[in-house]
Ligand binder design. Structure first.
Ligand SMILES: Nc1ncnc2c1ncn2[C@@H]1O[C@H](COP(=O)(O)OP(=O)(O)OP(=O)(O)O)[C@@H](O)[C@H]1O
Ligand SMILES: [Mg+2]
Length: 257
């Protein structure tokens, strides 16, 4: 099962937005998606319209036997094609390392899920700590999100390195990281310079397609709607952008049903 972790060291760069945009693109393609919220802020959980879940990722990681994850999965407000393993503040408890298998807990928990998904998306918190390490041990793919800003280069470099360490040391299923630029305003000189700098440093690791800055993103998020259902020129533009991102990151379309 393809499992894509969306990560960055820096906060507020658009991890959750990208995770939800990709969930929306897969939803639009008619695929079955599981979104795993690994951030105690629970923004992906909120964006998918899940409120007061009975079980959260805190329960799943506290007791990673496979059946527990199955019990914690709930439908999103987008319908039963997009399901959620929710987060809330209690997930903070899992941020510390607990025992030798600490960073394998998510991978173990996801063994034997009750149904197959076309895509599993993991929304990471803004750090390369224990939650993100758990995500990378369970993932087949990693997408580093960055803004075209001054500290972006160093931050992206550290995130790509973190992916490499786990790939080479302990998760051979994990592909090399890709980088996605978010909140780009091409008319701003600073954005152009930082984008060029990032592309020169990382070459083809950076996706050609970039996510522009558009108010429609925040509007759709606060309405709890997939961006593909946001009926405005900016909504359609963003839908096309995320279609292209998912075509690169998850080219396999489901072949059944
Ligand atoms: N391309 C964009 N255009 C306009 N607003 C955006 C864009 N991307 C993200 N935002 C807004 O910026 C804010 C931060 O985005 P988001 O929550 O996705 O970042 P994050 O990296 O997940 O943050 P955190 O590190 O706190 O988890 C949100 O209000 C979101 O709606
Ligand atoms: Mg987030």
């Amino acid at each position: 099962m393809q499992t894509l972790a969306v990560l960055s060291m820096k906060g507020g760069v658009g991890k959750t937005t990208v995770a939800l945009g990709l969930a929306s693109a897969a939803w639009q393609r008619g695929e079955r998606v599981l979104v795993i919220d690994l951030d105690p802020q629970g923004n992906a959980t909120m964006g998918l319209g899940v409120t007061n879940p009975e079980f959260t990722m805190n329960d799943v990681l506290a007791d990673p036997r496979p059946g527990i994850a199955a019990d914690a999965i709930v439908d999103s407000a987008w319908g039963n094609r997009v399901q959620v393993l929710a987060a809330d503040r209690s997930l903070e408890h899992r941020n510390t390392i607990e025992g030798p298998l600490s960073s394998q807990r998510l991978r173990i928990a996801l063994g034997n899920l009750p149904r197959q998904y076309d895509l599993v998306l993991i929304d990471c918190p803004p750090s390369l700590g224990e939650m993100t390490r758990n995500a990378l041990h369970a993932a087949t793919d990693a997408l580093v999100v960055t803004e075209p800003a001054y500290f972006a280069l160093a931050g992206a470099e550290q995130a790509v390195e973190a992916v490499d360490v786990i790939r080479l040391a302990s998760n051979p299923m994990l592909n090399p990281a890709r980088i996605l630029l978010n909140r780009v305003r091409p008319t701003v000189a600073e954005h152009r310079n930082r984008t060029n700098e990032l592309r020169e440093t990382f070459g083809p690791v950076v996706l050609d397609i970039e996510v522009p800055e558009r108010n429609a993103i925040t509007q759709a998020e606060s309405a709890g709607m997939p961006i593909h259902a946001w009926d405005s020129p900016a909504g359609r533009e963003l839908g096309t952008v995320f279609d292209q991102v998912i075509a690169i990151m998850s080219p396999r379309k489901r072949l059944w049903g």
